[in-house]
Design a binder for this molecule. Structure first.
Ligand code: AMP
Ligand code: TRP
Length: 336
């Protein structure tokens, strides 16, 4: 069976963009693949994290993944730092990846900003750790958002160079899975900006733990425009807020954008928004309630993650041993 690996950072509250762009796809992929889902706490500390908050965020992201429907008994859900192989393979990859490759990474440039000299070495080497996450399990399919495509290409380059350098076809070539119409959910206040946990306005996003009244209020207050719902997606051109609201509706109902436009053609925003709010509440309220229920028992979440890590470790151990053997490290049982 083909293997899926994906990771999500344990930072802040998850929102509708994370759900439609990432977690919902994780739930759907478990029907078709063997899946490993990882809360990447080691990636998180590439920028400063308050230790107590990091623990809380790790649990709450794990709770959201479970609440959305990932079956942690059938699939593997764990936090990255529990499986030492991620760091071990990342070191080997630090020695495979070239400085020139990392220098091209746009996420580093964005995150480091003007003060590059002050960025952590970890932030720079971040894509090597991400390649290790995937290749430690020889995963073949990786669901990610558009923003992570460049990192995945780097993972392919690392796999290929390792295979070439050592003359062994050990690592598979990884395929990105960029799924669904909602690969990008935009801010409810400004349709040209991504919905993001770092936006200072809470009205820009719908959090997975917002209650029904809050969800409905945020949608009612969402920026729209002076027009009405057009009868085709072409009528959304140059109307980013309108396109976003209709796109969210389509994603939440698994419908085609053109069918949603057709169904609401000529409608005032107030009428459309009240329908959208109903759909959003129906999709998210049960998840929010389940997150709150799970977080009331952190011991349970910790046991789920520990159990997932033990099963991940069992897959990773022979692969890491194979890599160490190929590289020429004398600390593993050797064949010859
Ligand atoms: P982040 O919170 O940016 O670390 O993203 C975690 C996951 O959610 C990644 O897979 C992102 O691609 C996805 N994601 C984050 N924001 C959005 C958004 N506004 N629309 C769609 N997907 C998103
Ligand atoms: N870098 C990814 C993000 O920020 C998270 C991530 C870490 C990841 N390791 C991964 C995603 C491996 C897919 C596969 O969204």
């Amino acid at each position: 069976m083909q293997r899926v690996f994906s990771g999500i950072q344990p930072t802040g509250n998850l929102h509708l963009g994370n759900y439609l762009g990432a977690i919902r796809n994780w739930v759907r992929l478990q029907e078709r693949f063997e899946c490993l889902y990882c809360v990447v706490d080691m990636h998180a500390i590439t920028v400063w994290q308050d230790p107590a908050e990091l623990i809380a965020s790790t649990r709450s992201v794990a709770a959201a993944v479970l609440a959305a429907g990932v079956d942690a008994e059938r699939q593997i859900l764990f936090n990255q730092s529990r499986v030492a192989g991620h760091a071990q393979l990342a070191w080997v990859f630090n020695c495979v990846a070239r400085l020139g490759w990392l220098n091209r990474m746009t996420q580093f440039k964005e995150k480091a900003g003007k003060h590059r000299e002050n960025a952590s070495v970890g932030l720079y080497a971040y894509p090597n750790l991400m390649a290790a996450d995937i290749l430690l399990y020889k995963a073949t399919h990786v669901p990610v958002g558009e923003d992570q495509k460049q990192h995945l290409e780097l993972a392919r380059d690392i796999a290929q160079k390792f295979n070439n350098d050592y003359g062994r076809e050990i690592f598979p070539i990884v395929e990105p899975l960029i799924l669904g119409p909602a690969a990008r959910v935009m801010s409810l206040r400004d349709g040209t900006k991504k919905m993001s946990k770092s936006d200072p306005s809470d009205y820009s996003r719908i959090n997975l733990v917002d209650d029904a009244d809050t969800i409905a209020l945020k949608i009612r207050k969402a920026t729209s425009d002076a027009g009405v719902v057009p009868d085709t997606p072409q009528g959304l051109e140059g109307r980013p807020e309108a396109a976003n609201l209709l796109g969210i509706y389509a994603a939440l109902t698994d419908a085609e954008l053109q069918d949603v436009c057709h169904g609401f053609a000529g409608s005032e925003w107030s009428r459309f928004k009240s329908q959208l709010a109903d759909r959003a509440v129906a999709a998210l309220s049960p998840i929010g309630a389940e997150v709150r229920r799970l977080l009331a028992d952190p011991g349970h979440i910790d046991r789920v993650l520990a159990d997932g890590a033990a099963r991940a470790e069992a897959i990773a151990a022979p692969i890491l041993a194979e890599v160490y053997d190929i590289v020429g490290f004398l600390n593993t049982p050797r064949r010859g």
